[in-house]
Design a protein around this ligand. Structure first.
Ligand code: MG
Length: 361
């Protein structure tokens, strides 16, 4: 039976989903709270969906999930298989947890070369094995040609409290009150040092340059890497109050999330931010901000200021953290990020509406 005219008119005016709503910035936060999470019952777990942190904590089990739609599947420095293992392991680790096991759901487009499936799964398996986290469960579906673009994957992971988290909290507590049981986004306080674990923007620029054929600088490769071992080491050093992997929306999104969830301000020294010249010049040409594009092998760290040098020293002793630097401090005041530039200027680093580079993870 035909739909009544009134219903057809209504459907025609229905708002449609747009790319920005899945791009990791403010537009996505808004979309999630209106159309996704608003439909789910509230839970009383220790870190719940409402806190929109990297993982949830349910009865001391750390739990996270990711969807992967990166295009193309293979890019300079990595591939979807590596992102699947690294991204999910990192979301568990930044809570102050040890990842225990991964799951993987694969949705394949009919007609895809089985060789591509082998290469992506081989890479996923090797990356997971390399960081010591087994893949223990999964599901595979094939859909008709055109229903997905080659291959989409969803990975989940569970983890448990790191054996070094209590020590880390003890060290931080010598300097200030630590009122979270984990390294959550709401745990940054005025005075905390803000650390970047290495060069920012590599993944977004490598992917965009390769995908669009710009070829800016063939030296720029994705930074995709599991960070669980590096994070264990800095927890052992101690004094860390919050951690987050600056994926979609980059450092700008991570720091703004911390400011609003922790109700602190921040002052960041632009010259101290590790940025490759090639990344800065590529972003200049494209009119995008290197601080708003995604990373896949970096972590932003807040820690008590007295331990900052020690934490940076530990980071620099690891292959993934060798370019780590203190880039600024949390401050009292309005929840916003002030960027101090080379010439002594100050500007507000806004949270991006979304990552300017789509389908990067
Ligand atoms: Mg994350």
């Amino acid at each position: 039976m035909d739909k009544p005219i009134s219903e057809i008119v209504h459907l025609a005016h229905m708002p449609k989903v747009v790319m920005n709503q899945g791009a990791g910035g403010e537009a996505m936060q808004d979309f999630l709270s209106k159309h996704i999470t608003s439909h789910f019952p509230k839970t009383g777990c220790e870190v719940s969906l409402d806190s929109m942190d990297d993982s949830a904590i349910v009865d001391d089990i750390v739990f996270t999930t990711d969807g992967h739609t990166v295009k193309p599947l293979f890019f300079p420095g990595g591939d979807m298989g590596m992102i699947c293992a690294a991204g999910t392991v990192n979301d568990i680790s930044v809570m102050g947890a040890k990842p225990l096991a991964l799951s993987c759901a694969v949705i394949l487009e009919e007609g895809l070369d089985t060789d591509i499936v082998d290469r992506i799964m081989g890479s996923f398996g090797r990356t997971a094995e390399g960081c010591g986290v087994p893949i223990v469960t999964g599901d595979t579906k094939v859909v008709e040609s055109g229903a997905v673009d080659q291959l989409f994957m969803c990975t989940s992971a569970v983890g448990k409290r790191s054996e070094h988290l209590d020590h880390n909290i003890e060290v931080a507590s010598q300097y200030r009150n630590f009122d979270s049981g984990w390294c959550t986004d709401d745990n940054v306080r005025p005075g905390d040092a803000i650390i970047a674990s290495g060069y920012l923007g590599d993944h977004g620029v490598a992917l965009l340059s390769f995908r669009e054929g710009y070829g800016f600088d063939s030296e720029i490769k994705s930074d995709v890497a599991p960070l669980n071992r590096m994070i264990e080491k800095i927890l052992k050093t101690g004094g860390i109050t919050a951690m987050k992997d600056p994926t979609r929306g980059g450092m700008a999104n991570t720091l703004n999330e911390w400011c609003s969830k922790s109700r602190v301000g921040m002052e960041i020294e632009y010259p101290r931010i590790p940025l490759r010249e090639g990344v800065v010049s590529a972003c200049d040409l494209l009119g995008i901000d290197p601080l708003s594009i995604g990373n896949e092998g970096k972590v932003m760290i807040a820690c008590v200021p007295d331990m900052a040098d020690e934490v940076v020293r530990t980071l620099r002793s690891t292959p993934e953290g060798r370019d780590a630097a203190v880039i600024g401090y949390a401050k009292e005041g309005a929840p916003r990020v002030i960027l101090r530039t080379e010439v002594g200027g100050r500007r507000i680093l806004e949270a991006p509406a979304g990552d300017p580079v789509p389908r990067i993870c």
